[in-house]
Structures are given as C-alpha cells and as structure tokens.
Design a protein around this ligand. Structure first.
Ligand SMILES: Cc1cc2nc3c(=O)[nH]c(=O)nc-3n(C[C@H](O)[C@H](O)[C@H](O)COP(=O)(O)OP(=O)(O)OC[C@H]3O[C@@H](n4cnc5c(N)ncnc54)[C@H](O)[C@@H]3O)c2cc1C
Length: 497
C-alpha cells in the first residue's frame, strides 16, 4: 500500500510526535532546512512539573543554531558547578565549572527553568510557516507504508479521529514512547532505578548562604541534592528511604520537615513537589525503516549530571541534518542508520557516568559509606565532564572525526556558527581555498583561515583542512589537496540511491 494516491492525506516530510525539548528543537532545525513538519502533541500546555534545570554549552550551540540563544541568555544563570560532600560537609568530588566562555563559544554550564525554556522553543516554532503544530492531538496508531507512514490521531478537543501521513516519523514522545513500542524496540537496562522526591521552591527573601554551587549531600541518612535555580528558584531532590510513602510524601506536612535544615515556610513557598523514579536505560533500535526515536524515548538517565535533556538535544542535532539531506535527495536513506551508531555509545557514556556518580551519592550501607568517605576525603576527586566521540558513522573517526568541533569566537564577538548556518563547513589553509571551493561545490561552505583566530583553530588539528558537519561534529581532516579530495569524496560524495 502507498500514500501517493488522490485520497491520501497531505504527506508531510516529517511528523514529530511530542513537543517537549527534543521535539521542539528538532522541528525548528528541520523547518529552517525547508522541510514541511507536522508536530503532534497531546498536552494543551507545556509540562509544568520540575524537570531539567541544567544544560551545557553544546546545547546552547544548538539553540544558537535555531536562533534562540540570545532570547534565552537573559533567562539563564552561568553555573559554578557542583560539589559532592559527606554528611559532615567534607568534599568528596569537586565538579566546579569555569566562569569564562568555553570551547563551544558559550559557557560550559547553564541553569534554567524548563517551562520558560520550552516556551521560547515554541515561540520560535511559530515563526516557521512550514511547521504545523497541533496541540491536544494524541497519536494512537502508527502504520508504516512503502513511501511514508500513516498516523492515526485523536483531536482531543473534539474527540474527532483522523489520519495523517509523513515520509518519516520521529518519536520525541518521552519515556513511555508509543513510537518506540510500535518499532518493537527494547530497552537495555543499566541497572539504576531509584525513587526521589523533587521539590521546587521559590524563595521569599534572599538566602545567599545557600550558595550557588549545586551540592550533592552524600549523607546515608538521606542522600539529597541542592540546586540553585534561576532567580528565586531553588531545588532540593531527596532520595526516598525505606518507610517513606511515595503517595503522601509530597504533602506539605511531610515536605517542610524534610527541608527544615535549609528552608522553612518563612523563607520560601513550595512550588512543585513530585516523586520520580530515575531510570537508566538505552533503547536498542533507534530506527526501524521510516520510524525513528529521539530524546527520552531513546534513553533515560538519572539526573545527577543534568544530562537527560542535553542528550535529547544532541540526538536531534545529529538527526536533523541527516533527515533533511535524505528528504531533499542529497543523501541516501542509509545515512539514517548512522544516527543510532553514532549517538548510542555517546549517550551511554554519560548515563554510565551518572550511574557511577549515583552510586557515590546513593550509598547507604554504613561500611561502604565509611570506606567511601575515608578514601575520597583524603583525596577529593576533581571531576571533568566526559567528552566522548560519536560511535562509528558519518565521519572518519581517528583523533578528531566524530568529536565536537570547538566554536571560534572572533575579535568582534561574533561566532563562527552564525556565519555558516546549517551547512557543512570546510575550514582550509588559504592556499587550498580555490581547490577546496572547486571540490566542495555547493555541499559545503569553504572558509579560508585568514585571521589569527581561525589559524589557531586550524593549528589545533595539525591539518590543512577540517570538515565540520552541520551538527558541528568533525567529519574529518586533511593535510593537503590529495587528502582533501578523498575526504570530500568520502564524506560529501554520497548521492541519493
Ligand atoms: C527531576 C528531573 C531533573 C532533571 N534534570 C535535568 C537536567 O538538569 N538537565 C537535563 O538535561 N535533563 C534533566 N532531566 C531530564 C529532562 O527533563 C528530560 O530528559 C527531557 O525533558 C526529555 O525531553 P523529551 O522531549 O525527550 O521528552 P518529554 O519532555 O517527556 O516530551 C515528550 C512529549 O511527548 C508527548 N507525547 C507522548 N506521547 C504522545 C502521543 N502519543 N501523542 C502526542 N504526544 C505525545 C508528551 O505529552 C510530551 O509533551 C531531568 C528530569 C527529571 C525528572
């Protein structure tokens, strides 16, 4: 059966199910490449329960790419990082963050308020006439066809059932993903599923004594986390202990005694309490034909590194240019197979690290805690954020291929990515400019390294040319015209089958 007949519904290039951070970012990325994008979201409003509070400089670079970084910036707080302390306050792990702009051209770590941030993404969606966002539309059936995918949808405002269709469908539909289930994809269990109480409060008066660092209180009596949010927002996360009743612990009469060592109702109002189970899973099978998954649909992590949403943003940055190239006939459909191969090992490293950190925080066995404290207080660890390479895929691997490229910031404050747009960029030694332009054709923008900033950037790769993909990961490097020619053939020479 095909969708290309007179009675078929309009065929969108891509339908995205779910308009959380992953879906909204993907829609913006695809729309600016000119694709027709349908976004189906069952909720009427942006989700308001406490969730992400931190994102990193690489995410900010994706937000730069979709044109919202400057809108977001005044609503962010540059994070000084996190400390892990024992019950007596001795430092076990120091994960402080620099306060200067980092290699991504942005600060390495930001705090934010997820509902406000999602509002900014939605405002941006509204500027793209090629995005059809349908709120209160619930997808309940997915039927892959030869040339597209038919979706069965309920318009929840009226109860009307209808069908619609797209060439590709991306499930950005969260942890309980319907798309993942239709794909028959299983989850790899990374063996950490702890229940925590998450409390967002609004301070009524300044409390500088609480501090700006996030603190992981590795206290076996009740492992807890404090996070300074933006403005007056503060968050505490408290592990549920034996004897806690998850159904009642969110009541004010239980919450305030738990918060008493930090704040009382005189200091703050309780905005949102919620109990979450922090899962650690990675899906095995992110693509099945024309169906794909991204974000929490593809993986979930305990929030100890603040990386769940960040991983979803990286997913969609990886997927967007590939989908656009495939839909626009610039690349074969098989390019989409590189998506999971590249992203899965990358996100797995973050989740496994978060699970390890969770093991430090969540330890309650007295002997284990005593050993941990003795070892770590004697020699506190300085923690550095992992920077894994992508798994094998649409890049050359080696020392640089598959690694995120730093973003040059020029003397006038402008950033490299803004001059490039959503294209491949080929940064070359000036003597190779003419050859590079002839070889790359319209597939990449050629940038001669004519100023000191770009020369220093290029020198960092010990190369004469560096090919950067639209998601800012490095496709490969070349040392002369011959190796440049083969690099471009390998990485840009793909044509639709
Ligand atoms: C307490 C806590 C703290 C966290 N802290 C951080 C942090 O500091 N940093 C960080 O990076 N991450 C953090 N995270 C994780 C982060 O919040 C999630 O990873 C992120 O929100 C997932 O985004 P998503 O777009 O993949 O999914 P979601 O935000 O879950 O969006 C999925 C959307 O799909 C819609 N949907 C589902 N099914 C259908 C359907 N059939 N039809 C139509 N619509 C559908 C849903 O209504 C929903 O809007 C935290 C999470 C928690 C719980």
């Amino acid at each position: 059966m095909t969708l290309s007949n007179a009675n078929a519904p309009a065929l969108h290039d891509v339908a995205i199910i779910g308009c959380g951070p992953a879906g909204a970012t993907l829609a913006n990325l695809l729309a600016q490449r000119g694709l027709s994008v349908l976004v189906l979201e069952r909720e009427a409003e942006i989700y308001s329960l406490p969730r992400a509070i931190h994102f990193d400089g690489e995410c900010m670079r994706v937000f730069q790419a979709i044109g919202v970084a400057e809108t977001l910036r005044p609503q962010l707080l540059v994070s000084p990082g996190m400390k892990f302390v024992d019950a007596e306050g001795h430092v076990l792990i120091d994960w402080s963050r620099p306060q200067q702009v980092g290699p991504q051209g942005w600060h390495v770590s930001y705090r934010f308020h997820q509902p406000v941030f999602e509002g900014v993404l939605r405002q941006r969606l509204a500027t793209h006439p090629n995005i059809d966002l349908r709120l209160r539309h619930d997808v309940f059936s997915i039927e892959p066809q030869a040339d597209g995918v038919r979706l069965r949808v309920e318009d929840m405002r009226s109860g009307r059932l209808y069908h619609t269709a797209a060439r590709y469908v991306v499930g950005c539909d969260g942890a309980r993903s319907l798309v993942r289930r239709f794909m028959g994809t299983e989850l790899d269990d990374l063996q950490s599923h702890e229940r925590w109480l998450v409390l967002d409060v609004l301070l009524k008066r300044p409390r500088p004594d609480l501090g700006d660092h996030s603190i992981q209180f590795c206290d076996p009596r009740r492992p807890s986390t404090y996070v300074r949010g933006v403005g007056e927002r503060r968050r505490w996360e408290l592990m549920l202990m034996p004897g806690d009743d998850p159904a009642t612990i969110t009541r004010p009469e239980h919450v305030w005694p738990l918060l008493a060592r930090w704040v009382t109702p005189d200091d703050a109002t309780l905005e949102r309490p919620a109990v979450y189970t922090f899962h650690s899973v990675v899906a095995r099978g992110w693509r099945n034909g024309r169906l794909l998954i991204a974000g929490d649909a593809a993986h979930q992590t305990p929030p100890f590194m603040g990386q769940g949403m960040c991983a979803g943003v990286r997913d969609v940055a990886n997927l967007a240019w590939k989908l656009a190239d495939v839909v626009q006939g610039v690349a074969p459909d098989s390019l989409l197979d590189s998506y999971e191969r590249e992203r899965s090992p990358h996100v797995r490293e973050f989740i496994e690290t978060a699970v390890r950190l969770g093991g430090v925080i969540q330890a309650t066995d007295p002997a284990q805690v005593a050993r941990r404290n003795a070892e770590m207080t004697a020699n506190p660890q300085v923690f550095h954020t992992p920077q894994p390479a992508l798994g094998p895929g649409a890049h050359d691997g080696g020392a640089f291929g598959g690694r995120i490229a730093p973003q040059p910031v020029f003397d006038d404050g402008s950033r490299f990515d803004d001059a490039i747009g959503d294209r491949f960029a080929l940064v070359v030694r000036p003597d190779l400019q003419a050859a590079a332009t002839a070889l790359a054709g319209s597939r990449a923008v050629v940038v001669p390294a004519t100023n000191a900033v770009l020369q220093a950037w290029l020198a960092g790769f010990d190369a004469a040319a560096v090919l950067v993909r639209p998601d800012r990961y490095i496709a490969g490097t070349a040392t002369d015209e011959a190796t440049l020619c083969s690099l471009l053939q390998r990485q840009l020479g793909r044509v639709a089958a």
